[in-house]
Design a protein around this ligand. Structure first.
Ligand code: C5P
Length: 220
């Protein structure tokens, strides 16, 4: 069974998708990390982000692996490196390239073959797995999402302002929604889950109940 979890940055997708997969004993796929890994590799190897065919070739030859919570690119642990601001900015450009998306879509489908999986991203329910048994679009108001991110960042000692976070979140949402291929959008048959006012536990319980109502079961 395939459960897709799409939605904007900061809606709590990663936390919810990971927790859901753990509860079910299913595989978890972070497709944002895959785009980030390609961006990291392009920056690292000096491949121009303007040169979309070259970035797509690079994506095709990279070995992106997930090992528990770690992300490995050709054996290098890039878990932290793919979360920097430079890589986040480059990721948006990499994700705009249709040729890169083609490569990513194929890899994601290969990963999901023959297993129960919770897969998280922007285009999982619309493009990658249009026949998924359950599609969820997880969202929250822009202010709530920015508040959560601001709390996380200031807890790490980062002095960033709420206004800055809100503005960069808005820019990312706009770019993700405006992309000609693989734009962020809820599939017509997606269940919309708004997480304003819900804690992580409540979100996971809600998702588990949706999976069960679609006939999904935890692996023994
Ligand atoms: O989910 P995360 O914020 O890590 O994703 C990083 C970026 O990768 C997103 O802002 C989006 O531009 C891109 N992305 C995408 N399609 C996906 C997952 C992520 O275009 N399925």
């Amino acid at each position: 069974m395939i459960v897709t979890l799409d939605g904007p940055a900061g809606a709590g997708k990663s936390t919810a998708a990971k927790a859901l997969a753990r509860r079910l004993g299913w595989r978890y796929l972070d497709t944002g990390a895959m785009y980030r890994a390609v961006a990291w590799a392009a920056l690292h190897r000096g491949v121009s982000l303007e040169d979309q065919p070259a970035v797509a070739d690079l994506a095709d030859t990279l070995e992106i692996r997930f090992d528990a919570d770690r992300v490995l690119v050709d054996g290098h642990d890039v878990t932290q490196a793919i979360r920097t601001q430079d890589v986040t900015a480059a990721t948006r450009r990499v994700a705009d390239a249709a040729a890169v998306r083609d490569v990513m879509v194929k890899q994601q489908r290969r990963i999901a073959a023959d297993c129960h999986i919770v897969t998280e991203g922007r285009d999982q329910g619309t493009v990658v797995f249009p026949s998924a048994e359950l599609k969820i679009f997880l969202t929250a108001s822009a202010a709530e999402r920015a508040r959560r991110r601001h709390r996380e960042r200031t807890a790490c000692g980062d002095q960033v302002s709420f206004a800055t976070i809100l503005a960069s979140q808005q820019a990312r949402d706009d770019a993700d929604a405006a992309r000609p291929v693989g734009a962020m959008r809820a599939a017509d048959d997606a269940m919309l889950v708004a997480t304003d006012g819900m804690n992580e536990q409540a979100v996971v319980e809600k998702l588990v109940s949706l999976v069960i109502s679609c006939g999904g079961q935890a692996c023994p």
